[in-house]
Design a protein around this ligand. Structure first.
Ligand code: HGY
Length: 318
């Protein structure tokens, strides 16, 4: 049983044990393709549910091997038939690990999440000319990897310039033909920019595009660049944030307010229903790493606050 499902059962058992009656159905939702690692962009299913993407757009997404999202959903039996958005959501609480170092570093148990920062993803293809590494003089090369490598530095510098709140990363790069004795003729890479303020994200995008032109063209290279995802900064529901804060205080946990650095399904569901999040720490603040871990006690604290927050919200608005 997945952890989320076990939380639901525990919550239902607790509700009945306390004699608490509610007419609000309690659902646990596991949104497909939250990560966006294989099928970009991220939060695809919650985005379709919230109207950020059409269902056809989502179905048409392809992974780096060219496999389509729809075909893969069908293959694993996940392609549902229920019309999208039929189930109305009264309110959504999302419980998640922080995926960063702040809670652990400050010795806090619960993150009271007030929103999600803005995120933009880009795909870039730099084109040069594949050539023999031994027989091609340096001044006659069109080395696509040289251009791409300099852009990695430029993207890093743009994020540093707008730090501490900005982040900028190249996490995926494909070098072609990727052979030890061939000057790279083409390089594909992905760019991930994030910042809580949309105006700064816009500035970062302009600086990125100017850097592309100024870096790639003087090397005799060409490039194609497109923004494939733009998830604006989101602020969560004030009442629900208060329910989380109250639930944590009732349980006696230390808390701190924070904006989510990672994208979350809650960012899209906030468009169609009152939404907020609860964070628990993760060891060393490490995530997207096989060593990622959160203790059962920390998960239990998060579930306790989730229960208290749901009950408090249901009493007020259920
Ligand atoms: O990329 C993200 O922030 C999330 O983990 N999908």
């Amino acid at each position: 049983m997945c952890w989320a499902c076990s939380v639901r059962l525990e919550v239902m058992r607790t509700l009945h044990a306390t004699g608490y009656e509610t007419n609000a159905p309690l659902e646990i939702i596991n949104w497909t393709n939250e990560e966006g690692s294989r099928f970009a962009p991220a939060m695809l299913a919650s985005g379709v549910f919230a109207g950020a993407f059409t269902r056809e757009f989502a179905y048409s997404r392809r992974d780096r091997d060219g496999k389509a999202f729809e075909a893969e959903l069908t293959r694993i039996g996940y392609k549902g038939s229920e019309p999208v958005g039929q189930r109305k959501i009264g309110a959504m609480f999302e419980l998640h690990i922080e995926q960063g170092p702040i809670l652990e570093a400050e010795g806090k148990t619960i993150g009271v999440v007030t929103g999600v920062q803005g995120m933009r993803w880009y795909e870039v293809t730099v084109a040069g000319q594949a050539a023999h590494t031994g027989a091609t003089p340096m001044h006659l090369r069109k080395n696509a990897l040289l251009g791409a490598s300099r852009m990695v530095e430029q993207i890093h510098a743009i994020a540093i310039k707008h730090s501490p709140d900005a982040v900028g990363t190249v996490g995926l790069m494909e070098v072609r033909p990727n052979s030890r004795n061939v000057v790279p003729g083409e390089v594909f890479f992905c760019v991930d920019f994030r910042h809580p303020d949309e105006a700064v994200l816009e500035t970062m995008e302009q600086e990125f595009r100017a850097a592309l032109k100024d870096t790639i063209e003087p090397l005799g290279l060409t490039y194609e660049e497109k923004r494939i995802w733009d998830s604006p900064a989101v602020r969560f529901d004030t009442e629900m944030i208060g329910c989380v804060r109250g639930g944590a205080e009732k349980a006696g946990y230390l808390t701190r307010d924070m904006v989510s650095g990672a994208g979350r399904d809650a960012a899209y569901i906030a468009r169609v229903a009152p939404t907020t999040m609860i964070f628990v720490p993760c060891a060393g603040g490490v995530s997207h790493n096989e060593s990622e871990s959160t203790s059962f006690d920390e998960c239990g604290s998060g579930a306790q606050v989730l229960l208290e927050a749901v009950l408090a919200y249901d009493r007020r608005f259920g």
